[in-house]
Design a protein around this ligand. Structure first.
Ligand code: BES
Ligand code: ZN
Length: 881
């Protein structure tokens, strides 16, 4: 394991590589504990001066080194486990052959070459390739790879690597065999992959828009073939969509996906050989929920889309990570919007953005979409790089319009294909096609923090004008005390009495393109002319900018928008704002020893939504979900008391369930299933609404609602309805809960991905007994600290999805997470560091909890052999502002 060293890496220090690698020939002889790797690199100097050759390594043992075929004398190089240096290499192209030995079975970090059960697999992003061989392990060194894999045939009957298979055969009399793969596209080392093992394969084909036939293969553990259909279908739809939406065609003869059960992340876009966490491949109606089907579709698409945004055009350095990740998240979100409901997708994406990115942006780990400094790059695969990164791309499209956006993307693909590019080069493409100056826009990449926009509106009946005063501020974030104004695209409408939008014209004659104002100054006033009645402003429609909007809109106006706004996002937002205002009042009242308000107005507004037959069920289901505990904590922002938040929310849910019981029961019955399960968006939406009705009814703890949930649990013929009923029951301390949890485990004990759902539900129970239950479950035979999915299902679920019990007033939740981080850190630092980030919001807590959370962080910080991953997180979390 790497322990902390002094290596802040800075964007400003970027220098082009001294040496380029034209081709890599890898020969890998698989063995459980001593895999031999021979790498032959064709190196050439990049530019004139002959610089030393310094290759990265990590935990490597060098067993051989030749230069142009001759053994290199020991005095001409220095090899440590972390580096191979040739101080005076020949000042011309040469061939270097490096032999190393690695132990995949001892690789518990799951980075580099490791084993997942019987399977050999690799994970090289961001810096895992250096754990396989010495190499300039940086994304701007792009080479053509040929990979020969050799293994015991019995142990690894299937041998895969990037590209097309060009040879294969037996090694006579040895029980061993080999396969040779060639990838003609130059790529950085982080996209290298190889796989070996006993794998079953599901096959299909795809004909690209230019008529080329591509073989599609999904490799899974034997016996799981019947759970690949949805992933395969998603892949084909993603391939078609990239052709129509972006003109991008697949470029190799074969596209492979391998599902493994031990994986640090969700999935990885290795060229032609995506490797997936099996959780994001395997699905059948009996084993996966609608949510699982939806995520699988999105992740399959995301990794496939990287083939162009990430692989054909990669990142110059890791500071440019958003260039591939933000852009590809934007693309997968657009894909999902086209496959499903655009409104529902947008609301879900914004909920995710606020829940993760806004929280990150408001705390000690805040950083710009393009950071300028890191100590551990693995800690920068963040909500900011991914989700805010996607919002920045969306804003570009909003600012220049869809046609120019498409032209800009086309230009980007033409101009930078085969290159390792930068954010500047990307944005320049959009400036070039639109003729717009995007200089100020670049601040979205460089300034951290969520901008706050205060909007004040006023109607002037005599002048028939509406004045909109906008003022923006960007809060201070670590290392960035002062900020400049942002260019904020604000989509808006002025809604008239009849619910229709009034025509938008600025009084000074300036045009408003596509309903979007751009705020560029710290404060700016826009006056709209020809406004014949007092309008209700609907601002930041579709969440056109990732900002916190504070507007002087009355409760009556919000109810009006909830009923009439033609922008579905803002209709939902108006109801959220109403609910948030009520809940924040109630939290304050509860903390002051008072009683919460009942919220009759909210129930009426919600009742009207539920009764509106024109709305999509999935959309109504989102309307029924009140702001979460974390949403409220974020709004409160300081001196947060998670118990009061929980109590206020539970009380409001009970009161709404009670007031709307009639229509909720009606809906529940009306939406009941007929016919076999189908995971399509419409059917899933109906189930989502039905289960949301059930959950709100059960919040009242009425006996009939609990009984209904218990009955649904027993009668369900698909995992979605069974899990939904179980989740509802799990929130209430009723005898039906224990029975159903017991039954669920008995049914699914032999399926780890389903047992994960069982672990997660128990970790999320908002009761004081939960912490002990979670601790006990760590000793359950189904649990293992070695498997990231198990750890995330139980421990991360407790820390991230159970605000109340994680934030126990006695600090035992924080202590448990600190203990677990210290236990995980030596084995798998990436996993430990992610878990540790659960403590990042400690400063917003009320004083008692704040001190306890800080003490837990300090205890982690005091561990002398802490990994670089965890020590980076803990040091930033504790740093004085
Ligand atoms: N390139 C990443 C996977 C990755 C992340 C590798 C961090 C190494 C370090 C991949 O494209 C990705 O972003 N995966 C996401 C899912 C995606 C749908 C956002 C993941 O793994 O969570
Ligand atoms: Zn990605």
């Amino acid at each position: 394991m790497r322990t902390e060293d002094a290596r802040p890496v800075r964007l400003e220090d970027y220098r082009p590589p001294d040496w380029l690698v034209e081709t890599v020939e890898l020969e890998v002889s698989l063995h459980p504990t001593a895999t031999r790797v021979r790498a032959t690199l064709m190196l050439k100097p990049n530019g004139a001066a002959a610089a030393p050759l310094i290759l990265d390594g990590e935990e490597l043992t060098l067993t051989g080194l030749t230069l142009d075929g001759a053994a290199l004398p020991p005095e001409q190089y220095v090899a440590t486990t972390e580096r191979l240096t040739i101080a005076q290499p020949p000042p011309r192209p040469f061939r270097l052959t490096i032999e190393t030995t690695v132990d995949p079975s001892a690789n518990t970090e799951l980075s580099g070459l490791y084993r997942s059960g019987a399977i050999y697999c690799t994970q090289c992003e961001a810096e895992g390739f250096r754990r396989i061989t010495y190499f300039p392990d940086r994304p701007d060194v792009m080479a053509v790879y040929t990979t020969r894999i050799e293994a015991e045939k019995a142990e690894a009957p299937v041998l895969l690597a990037n590209g097309n298979r060009i040879a294969a055969g037996e090694i006579a009399g040895s029980g061993r065999h080999f396969a040779v793969w060639h990838d003609p596209f130059p790529k950085p080392s982080y996209l290298f992959a190889l796989v070996g093992g006993p794998l079953a394969c599901v096959e299909d084909r795809f004909r690209t828009m230019s008529g080329r036939e591509v073989e599609l293969r999904i490799y899974v553990e034997p016996g799981k073939e019947d759970r690949c259909a949805h992933a395969m279908d998603s892949l084909k739809r993603a391939m078609r969509w990239d052709e129509t939406a972006f003109g991008r065609e697949y470029d190799l003869d074969v596209f492979m996906i391998v599902a493994v059960s031990d994986f640090n992340m969700g999935a990885m876009e290795n060229k032609g050989l995506n490797i997936f966490n099996d959780k994001y491949v395997l699905a059948s109606p009996a084993t996966a929920t609608d949510g699982d089907f939806e995520r699988i579709e999105a992740i399959i698409a995301h990794e496939y889309f990287h083939n162009w945004t990430g692989n054909r055009i990669t990142c110059r350095d890791w500071f440019q990570l958003c260039l591939k990740e933000g852009l590809t998240v934007f693309r997968d979100q657009e894909f999902s919007a086209d496959m499903r409901s655009r409104a529902v997708e947008r609301i879900s994406d914004v909920r995710g953005l606020r829940a993760h990115q806004f929280v990150e942006d408001a705390g000690p780990l805040a950083h710009p979409v393009r950071p300028t400094l890191y100590r551990e790059i693995n800690n920068f695969y963040t909500a900011t790089v991914y989700e805010k990164g996607a919002e920045v791309v969306r804003m570009l499209a909003t600012l220049i319009g869809p046609e120019s956006f498409r032209k800009g993307m086309d230009l980007y693909f033409v101009r930078h294909d085969g290159e390792a590019a930068t954010v500047e080069q990307f944005v320049q493409c959009f400036a070039d096609v639109s003729g717009k100056d995007l200089g100020q826009f670049m601040r979205w990449y460089s300034q951290a923090g969520t901008p706050e926009v205060v909007a004040t509106g006023g109607y002037d009946a005599r002048g028939r004008t509406y004045r909109l005063e906008l003022a923006q501020t960007v809060p201070a974030t670590p290392g960035q005390p002062l900020k400049e104004p942002m260019a904020i695209p604000l989509a808006l409408g002025l809604v008239g009495r009849d619910g229709r939008d009034l025509p938008l014209k600025l009084a000074d004659g300036r045009a408003i393109e596509r309903g979007v104002l751009t705020l560029t100054k710290a404060a700016e006033t826009f006056v709209f002319g020809d406004i014949g009645e007092p309008p209700v402003p609907s601002l930041n429609r579709g969440f056109s900018a990732p900002i916190k909007l504070v507007a002087n809109v009355s409760a009556d106006e919000l109810r009006f928008l909830t009923a009439h706004d033609r922008d579905p996002f803002n209709r939902w937002q108006a109801l959220q704002t109403l609910a948030t205002r009520l809940l924040l009042d109630n939290v304050a009242a509860l903390r002051a020893g008072g009683a919460p308000r009942e919220g009759g107005d909210l129930a009426a507004a919600l009742g009207a939504i539920v009764a509106d037959g024109a709305l999509e069920p999935a959309y109504v289901a989102l309307m029924l979900a009140l702001p979460g505990e974390a949403d409220l904590a974020r709004e409160i922002g300081r001196d947060v008391d998670p118990d009061a938040i929980f109590a206020a929310r539970a009380a409001l849910r009970a009161s709404l369930g009670d007031k709307l019981a009639g229509p909720l029961f009606d809906h529940y019955r009306r939406l009941s299933e007929s016919g076999p399960y189908s995971p399509d968006a419409i059917s899933a939406g109906r189930r989502a609404l039905r289960n949301a009705c059930l959950d709100l009814l059960a919040a009242t703890r009425r006996g009939d609602a609990i009984a209904l949930a218990a009955r649904q649990y027993q009668a369900a013929d698909n995992m979605t309805d069974r899990m939904a009923a179980l989740a509802t029951l799990s929130l209430h301390d009723v005898p039906e809960r224990a029975a159903a949890l017991h039954d669920f485990y008995a049914r699914h004990a032999d399926d780890p991905l389903i047992v994960d759902k069982w672990l997660t539900l128990q970790a999320a129970i908002p009761e004081p007994a939960t912490l002990d239950r979670v601790k006990a479950l760590t000793a359950h035979p189904a649990f293992s600290f070695a498997n990231p999915n198990r750890v995330r299902a139980l421990i991360n679920a407790f820390a991230f999805a159970n605000q109340k019990e994680f934030n126990r007033a006695d600090g035992a939740g924080y202590e448990f997470i600190a203990d677990t981080v210290l236990k995980l850190d030596p084995r798998n630092p990436q996993l430990a560091a992610r878990l540790l980030s659960a403590l990042k919001s400690w400063r917003v807590l009320e004083a008692g909890r704040r001190a306890l959370a800080q003490a837990a962080l300090r205890r982690v910080a005091g561990e002398p052999s802490l990994s670089r991953d965890s020590s980076d997180i803990v040091q930033r979390a504790l740093a004085e502002e």
